[in-house]
Ligand binder design. Structure first.
Ligand code: HEM
Length: 116
């Protein structure tokens, strides 16, 4: 089970790379890219699996307030990314939303890394 957990954790880090790296990549022409949307989906799904596996099978004891804060941030990021990616495809431009999604993603990394 530890190997599975570690593989999901690696996916969680790769999802973060897609989300934050995707944002940096579009900074010169801000928009929600497909890479950012997939990164947001990956973070939400792999995060939930980590908590399920960690608490259900590996006896991990997470800080539930921290997890709750990350869950809410992740849900907002995912909803904004999905909604505005789809609006973009229909021709509507909302460059500021890319900064909101990228900014909230960086805030979530700070919560993950600095909240001990
Ligand atoms: C945009 C969304 C997210 C970002 C950028 C993000 C980022 C990170 C980062 C950088 C880490 C490694 C640092 C650490 O171990 O403390 C981490 C770990 C973790 N994340 Fe997330 N995360 C996100 C969403 C979520 C969600 C929604 C959940 C659960 C509901 C979650 C659950 C976890 C757990 C359980 C770990 C710890 C793994 C371990 O140490 O064994 N994450 N996350």
């Amino acid at each position: 089970m530890t190997v599975l957990y570690n593989l999901v954790f690696v996916s969680h880090l790769l999802g973060m790379a897609a989300l934050v790296g995707g944002y940096f990549a579009v900074l010169s022409a801000p928009r929600i890219s497909e890479v950012m949307v997939w990164g947001a989906r990956a973070q939400f799904v792999t995060g939930l699996i980590l908590v399920g596996l960690g608490e259900g099978a590996l006896d991990k004891d997470y800080n539930h307030i921290k997890i709750g804060v990350k869950l809410v941030l992740s849900l907002v990021i995912l909803a904004l990314a999905e909604i505005f990616r789809s609006k973009q495809k229909k021709g509507s431009e909302n460059p500021n939303v890319a900064h909101v999604v990228g900014g909230l993603s960086i805030v979530t990394v700070l919560v993950a890394a600095l909240w001990t």
